[in-house]
Design a protein around this ligand. Structure first.
Ligand code: FE2
Length: 385
């Protein structure tokens, strides 16, 4: 995954005395994945990160599943989700299974009254609209349109948006998110044939170091519940950290497409993976250059994964009547493909300017009320004419 980073002040060795200038010790916290067996960071706080004042009653945020067993091609108009001021309330789960929640959110206010922590899932937040700063104990991470913000579970964070116009597509994953194994060498470096490189990864920069006590609310999500934890100390109180575990951004605009003489399959567009799904980024690219190539995709059947496409920008060459922020869901077992006319239209074309994010889940996805509220109900018969 990402490589070693260091910010601020850390002692010369792990687990030794680290004195504050005014006396007393900084509080060392090891943040580690898979017990002590995978990536970790060591954070040095002004105060121990354990000073819980109280815990309010938990809040149930279970998705309202309406269609448990879906075997129909579907489409949802993502931009029909209404903006909501509060970040947590803005997160609308539209598709869900035991491994992932796919969420649309249009938060219109920055987070000022509380912090958020997802302790059960990693998050990939694709910024479709909006700019600002993602704040965590690891420092300030600026974001803008086209960024995927990758947030390891357990990261306490706040979104600071520059204005009210924000559109987020969020993948909440119970399995750890990682770069595709086939793009990494045995030392974890991205290989030469990878469509992205370490220089394309943006990491937290300027540390945020509060040395404050009071009542700090962290809304902690695990599974379908949110636990309002009140702490006595500000969560962003680190004077330094180092390690491999931290949030980062990767922009869709830095994805270098892989092209060929004939149509390339979706895995060439892959960005991240878990044991339960893959994600891809479709970006502007030159079309296939065999003289008789058909640039539009062939009809296909996913026999073992549900396929979700989130349309971002440009003309979507294989689809008619698709808008920005729209989602299509093509479940395993039901063929799908270009809309009528799209194959013929694509022949002889030189390039596409489409942007889209894809999520393929290995378990079937269930549909929530929030999805049905924005559904294009006739999509499943849209291949007729
Ligand atoms: Fe497909």
């Amino acid at each position: 995954m990402p490589h070693y980073q260091i910010r601020g002040k850390v002692p010369d060795k792990r687990h030794i005395v680290f004195e504050k200038p005014a006396g007393g010790l900084y509080a060392e916290e090891l943040v580690s994945a898979e017990g002590f067996s995978d990536i970790y960071s060591i954070v040095y706080h002004n105060h121990p990160p354990t000073k819980v004042l109280k815990i309010d009653d938990p809040l149930d945020v279970s998705p309202e599943v309406i269609v448990d067993n879906n075997l129909q091609n579907r489409s949802f108009k993502g931009f029909d989700v209404n903006p909501v001021e509060d970040y947590i309330q803005s997160r609308k789960i539209v598709l869900t299974n035991d491994d992932v929640n796919l969420i649309l959110a249009a938060p219109s206010k920055s987070m000022t009254k509380y912090f958020f922590k997802n302790s059960g899932s990693d998050e990939m937040i694709f910024i479709h609209r909006g700019t600002g700063t993602f704040k965590s104990v690891y420092g300030k991470l600026p974001f803008k349109k086209g960024d995927h913000i990758i947030i390891p579970r357990g990261t306490v964070y706040q979104f600071d948006f520059d204005d009210a116009d924000n559109r987020l597509f969020i993948v909440e994953s119970k399995q750890p998110l990682r770069f595709p194994h086939r793009y990494m060498n045995k030392s974890g470096q991205l290989l030469e044939h990878s469509p992205f490189h370490e220089r394309d990864i943006r990491t937290p920069q300027e540390l945020i170091t509060f040395d404050e006590t009071g009542d700090f609310l962290i809304n902690i999500k695990r599974d379908d519940m949110i636990y309002p934890y009140h702490y006595e100390t500000h969560p962003f109180d680190a004077v330094g950290w180092d390690g491999y575990l931290y949030p980062f951004t990767f922009s869709i605009y830095n994805f270098e497409p892989i092209t060929g003489r004939i149509h390339q399959p979706p895995p060439v567009h892959q960005t991240f993976e878990t044991n339960a799904m893959v994600t891809c980024a479709f970006v502007p690219r030159l079309y296939d250059y065999h003289p008789e190539s058909i640039p539009a995709p062939y009809h296909h059947s996913n026999i073992d994964s549900d396929e979700v496409l989130y349309y971002v920008d440009g003309d979507f060459m294989s689809r008619n009547n698709i808008g920005k922020g729209q989602i299509t869901l093509h479940p395993k077992g039901i063929p799908h493909g270009p809309h009528p006319g799209a194959i013929e239209r694509s022949i002889g074309q030189k390039e596409t300017n489409e942007y889209a994010v894809m999520v393929d889940t290995f378990k079937p996805l269930k549909l929530t009320k929030a999805a049905l509220d924005i559904e294009d109900a006739d999509y499943y018969i849209s291949w007729l004419h």
